[in-house]
Ligand binder design. Structure first.
Ligand code: AMP
Length: 305
C-alpha cells in the first residue's frame, strides 16, 4: 500500500523554552511522510528551491520516502519561523516566506496515480482538489487545512471537502469551519460537508474521531518533556493515514470496524508524541517501529478500566 502526500517541504526556524534552531528541515509534507513511512510507502509531492540540501534529500530517502514527485526549481525553499509560548500550547508565526512554494502547481508522477491512499496537506483548497483529480481511484482521500483557508477561501474549501472521506482539524479549526462552539455539534456539521470521518485534534489533551453516529475519544500521551511541538499535528496525520494504509482500510465503505479507526487515531497520537521529543524531525533519525508499537501498548494500558 502506498500513500501520496502533498504539502509543504520547508526550512523552519523554531524557538521553544528549550532552545532555538535558526534553520532546519520542516514542512507539513516532510513530517507527514516521515511519520507515515513507518507503516506504508509514502510518496511525496512538493517543491523545493536550489538551496535544498542533499543531506535532507538523503534523510527522506533513507526513511524509504519516494521523492520522485519532489520538484526542484530555481529559487529559495519555503521558510517558516515561529516562537512558542512558555507552556508550548500556542505559537506565534514570525516569518512565512513562501518563496518557490508561492507558485506550487502539484503534478503527480505517473507512478503515483494508482496509489490507494491520498493525504492532502495544508495547501490552497483548489490545489488539493486538483491533486485529487489527478489520482485514478483512491480508497481513502483526506487531509487537513488551516484558519486562513477556512476564512478567506471558504467556498473553495467547501467544494474540496465534498470529495474527502476524512478531515483532520484542531478544535479551533473545527469551530471556525462549522460555526459551532460545541465540538459534538461541530463534527456533525462538518460531516454534512462531505467527510464521513472527522478527527478533531486537541493538542496535548488528545483527540476525538467521529464516524457516522459513532465517536471515539482518547487522551494525549503524557510526555515528560516536550522539546518542540512543531509538526506534531502533521505526524498525527502520518500515523493515522499510515495505519489505515498498513491495514488496507477503505473508508469509503459504509461500515468499518470502529476499533480500526480507534487504532488509527492512537497511532496518530503516538507519532505526534514522538515528534515532540526532539527538535524538528530529529526524533525520526533514530525512531524504530518497535518503539512505536511499545507506546501504542502503553496507550492501551493507561486507557483500560
Ligand atoms: P504543525 O506544527 O503540525 O502545524 O506543522 C508545522 C509545519 O508546517 C512547519 O514545519 C512549517 O514549515 C509548516 N507550515 C507553516 N506554515 C505553513 C503554511 N502557511 N503552509 C504550509 N506549511 C506551513
Amino acid at each position: 500500500m502506498s500513500i501520496v502526500v502533498v504539502g509543504s517541504v520547508a526550512y523552519d526556524g523554531v524557538e521553544t523554552p528549550h532552545g532555538k534552531v535558526e534553520r532546519m528541515l520542516g514542512g507539513s509534507c516532510t513530517y507527514i511522510s516521515l511519520a507515515a513511512s513507518y507503516f506504508a510507502k509514502a510518496k511525496i509531492v512538493g517543491v523545493v528551491g536550489d538551496d535544498f540540501a542533499e543531506e535532507d534529500v538523503a534523510l527522506l530517502q533513507n526513511q524509504g520516502v519516494d521523492i520522485e514527485g519532489l520538484e526542484r526549481v530555481p529559487g529559495k525553499t519555503f521558510f517558516w519561523k515561529g516562537v512558542y509560548t512558555p507552556d508550548m500550547n500556542d505559537r506565534t508565526t514570525l516569518v512565512t516566506d513562501l518563496n518557490v512554494f508561492a507558485n506550487f502547481e502539484p503534478k503527480l508522477p505517473e507512478s503515483y496515480k494508482d496509489s490507494t491512499y491520498l493525504f492532502l496537506g495544508n495547501i490552497q483548497p483548489a490545489l488539493q482538489r486538483n491533486v485529487r483529480a489527478q489520482m485514478k481511484a483512491p480508497w481513502v482521500t483526506g487531509g487537513d487545512t488551516m484558519n486562513y483557508w477556512i476564512s478567506d477561501f471558504r467556498d473553495e474549501l467547501l467544494e474540496t471537502l465534498k470529495g474527502w472521506n476524512f478531515v483532520l482539524l484542531n478544535d479551533h479549526e473545527a469551530r471556525q469551519l462549522s460555526g459551532e462552539t460545541n465540538l459534538r455539534k461541530a463534527a456533525k456539521v462538518i460531516q454534512a460537508m462531505g467527510p464521513n470521518t472527522v478527527v478533531i485534534k486537541r493538542g496535548e489533551y488528545g483527540a476525538m474521531a467521529f464516524r457516522g453516529d459513532d465517536y471515539f475519544i482518547m487522551p494525549g500521551y503524557l510526555l515528560e518533556s516536550v522539546f518542540d511541538p512543531t509538526g506534531a499535528g502533521d505526524c498525527f496525520a502520518g500515523g493515522f493515514m499510515g495505519y489505515l494504509a498498513q491495514e488496507g482500510i477503505d473508508l469509503q465503505k459504509g461500515h468499518i470496524d470502529r476499533r480500526e479507526l480507534s487504532r488509527a487515531v492512537i497511532y496518530g497520537s503516538v507519532m505526534g508524541s514522538y515528534c515532540c521529543e526532539k527538535f524538528g524531525v530529529d526524533r525520526f533519525r533514530t525512531l524504530q517501529r518497535s518503539e512505536i508499537d511499545a507506546r501504542f501498548q502503553e496507550f492501551r494500558k493507561f486507557t483500560d478500566f
